[in-house]
Structures are given as structure tokens and as C-alpha cells.
Design a protein around this ligand. Structure first.
Ligand code: SF4
Length: 348
């Protein structure tokens, strides 16, 4: 992560890890299967909250089997950080300022260094140190500057212990402030930045707010990893992050979906079709475009650049490639004929 490497997508597990998770455990199979789905959609890293020792031990078992790098997210308790570092985790998120006495931080840092595990420092506007909050109230400093100072303090603790395997996140609630804070930080430091808008909201507002902030930063070359935090499923976070990356770099190696909003002319329910097909289509690791259109009035024509498309046509659906109709079928057979055409294009 960082430097010349591509920007990586991450999400955070939305539920507590089950207690007493073991390798041979149906609950482990369910979690691994879900992680595989996220991976297929384009997720690169998954972070887990570790609020107690039971969670840490379950994360330890999971980290041994996970097909995706696993990150431990720890607040306050240095013993949990030390315990997680016994497992093959890819990164640990702590804030030295939350850990307390210096010797506790030192123990974590020494162990992270021994294990080669990076530490992510995460600054959130909602949990700035008291003195910085007071300075904001008194007008001595603004929220953006305070967030950067908070990150600088955490970095100073780690650098003082000769630790530089650091990732930094500075998350605020307003997109413009996220942009300002990360630009300010990037002008001073070369540490990899994890980008995101904190408490961005439910699906629609969260995607819009994250897009507003992250596209600007990524276009400036700022950001090594992103998470679109949403009050919505992890799959939505991953797909939103992918679409944001595609806004910045159109040469995606993965499939893109084009679809019409549907209107009174539609004879084919594009919404329902996409609900059934979305995860499958976003899992395609081939740079193809796929169109899902409601009617022939605009369907194949408007989507003529698509490598594969499906559109309603009265009581039928048409399958088309680059605007050329290659197959017609009854509406009820839409999924079947589309699946066959997709298989054909994927095996070419
Ligand atoms: S493709 Fe047809 S159904 Fe879809 S929005 Fe356009 S006119 Fe309406």
C-alpha cells in the first residue's frame, strides 16, 4: 500500500465476531464465504473492531484462514493490540493517544516492528483531543488544522520510537474539510493516507459525500486506500469505492455497468434485473461494459458501446453486443439468455 501501488479498497465488518470462533466451525465458513464475496467485488482489505479479548481470539483464528488481509481495530487496551499482533494480521489500527502510558505504546510499537505490521493512526473530527477542541472553540485553530495537528501528535509518538511503518487517516464529516485536511497533511508528510468521510450517512448521502471528497483527492494523487463508510451493507461500500476509483481512472480492469433509470416506456424491469445480477456483474474481472436497458426506444442505441446488453422489447428481451441484436427471447427467459451470452463473452 502507498507509493506506486494502486489505491486499495477496504471495508469494515459490520457485526461483532462470534465468540470462540474456531477453524472448523460453520460460523467461520459463513464469514469466509462473505469475505470471498467482498473480494470478488473488488475489496482488498477488511477491518474488524476488536473490543475485547474474545473478539481478539476470534479474529486471530479468522486471520489464519482469511483470503483477504485482515486489520485489527483497537481502542484504549494495549493488551488487545499485543494479543492481535500474535496473529497474522496485516495491519493494526490504534491511536497512541488512546492507549495511555508511554510504556504501553512502546510495547505495541516494538512488537509491531518485530512482526513487520504497519500501524494505522486514525484521526476523527468527533474525537479530537480536548485541548484542540478548546482551541477550535476559542477560534485559535480551525477543525481542519486541529485534525492535522492531532495526526501529527500521534505520528510524533511513533517516530520517537523509530517507527515509520505508518498509515494515516484524517476523517471529518464535511467533504470539503476532508479534502482540505488531507491536502494539508499530504503537503507535509509522505505517509500513505487512508481516505474517507466519517459518519457519511445512509447509502445515497454517504456515496455522494464520499464521492465529493475522494474524487478530488485521488485526482490530486492523494490517497493510497479508501473506504466509503455507509450505513449500508459492506457490498455497497465496496461497489461505491470501485465506482469512485473508476471516476478517477477510466482504465479499470473490471466490468462496468451501464443501466437506464426506467420510465413509462419500459417493458423490462431493469431495477429488479440489476438487483439479481449486481454482485455477479461487479465480480467480473474483465474490462467489459454491460448495459441493462428498459426498452428498444433508447436501449441498444444508447448503449451501443456496451460489450453486452439486455433490453426489453414488448413481450421479449433482446440481447445485443455493440448495438447489434444477437438474440431475442421471451421476457421470462431474460436471466437465462443473458447468462448464456455473458458466459460466452467471458470465455472468449
Ligand atoms: S431506455 Fe427506455 S425505459 Fe429506459 S429510460 Fe430510456 S426510454 Fe425509458
Amino acid at each position: 500500500m502507498g507509493g506506486p501501488w494502486p489505491v486499495v479498497v477496504q471495508t469494515m465488518w459490520k457485526d461483532p465476531l462470534p465468540k470462540g470462533l474456531l477453524a472448523q466451525d460453520p460460523r467461520m465458513d459463513d464469514i469466509l464465504s462473505h469475505i470471498e464475496t467482498l473480494k470478488a467485488l473488488g475489496c482488498d482489505i477488511v477491518r474488524f473492531a476488536v473490543p475485547d479479548e474474545v473478539s481478539a481470539r476470534s479474529l486471530g483464528e479468522l486471520s489464519k484462514a482469511s483470503p483477504m488481509p485482515v486489520v485489527a481495530d483497537i481502542h484504549f487496551d494495549w493488551r488487545l493490540a499485543l494479543l492481535c499482533l500474535d496473529f497474522p494480521i496485516a495491519k493494526i489500527r490504534i491511536n497512541p493517544g488512546n492507549i495511555g502510558e508511554r510504556w504501553k505504546v512502546e510495547e505495541i510499537v516494538h512488537k509491531a516492528k518485530d512482526k513487520g505490521v504497519p500501524i494505522r493512526i486514525g484521526v476523527n473530527a468527533g474525537s479530537l483531543p480536548t485541548d484542540l477542541r478548546d482551541s477550535i472553540k476559542q477560534g485559535h485553530i480551525n477543525e481542519v488544522e486541529a485534525a492535522v495537528v492531532a495526526a501529527e501528535r500521534e505520528i510524533a509518538v511513533l517516530e520517537d520510537l523509530s517507527f515509520s511503518n505508518i498509515v494515516v487517516s484524517i476523517k471529518l464529516n464535511e467533504p470539503n474539510k476532508v479534502v482540505e485536511a488531507n491536502r494539508l497533511f499530504a503537503s507535509k508528510y509522505s505517509y500513505p493516507l487512508h481516505l474517507g468521510v466519517t459518519e457519511a450517512g445512509p447509502l445515497i448521502s454517504g456515496v455522494v459525500r464520499n464521492t465529493a471528497a475522494l474524487v478530488s483527492l485521488l485526482k490530486d494523487g492523494i490517497g493510497s486506500t479508501i473506504r466509503v463508510s455507509l450505513s449500508a451493507p459492506m457490498e455497497s461500500e465496496v461497489i461505491a469505492a470501485r465506482e469512485i476509483l473508476a471516476c478517477v481512472d477510466e482504465n479499470s480492469a473490471r466490468a462496468r455497468i451501464v443501466s437506464c433509470p426506467r420510465c413509462g416506456r419500459a417493458s423490462f424491469d431493469t431495477h429488479a434485473f440489476l438487483a439479481r445480477w449486481q454482485d455477479r456483474l461487479y465480480s467480473i474481472e474483465k474490462p467489459i461494459s454491460i448495459a441493462v436497458m428498459g426498452c428498444v426506444v433508447n436501449g441498444p442505441g444508447e448503449a451501443r458501446s456496451a460489450d453486452l446488453g439486455v433490453t426489453g422489447a414488448g413481450n421479449s428481451v433482446l440481447i445485443f453486443r455493440h448495438g447489434e441484436i444477437i438474440r431475442r427471447a421471451a421476457l421470462e427467459d431474460a436471466d437465462k439468455v443473458f447468462a448464456e451470452a455473458l458466459e460466452g463473452i467471458l470465455t472468449e
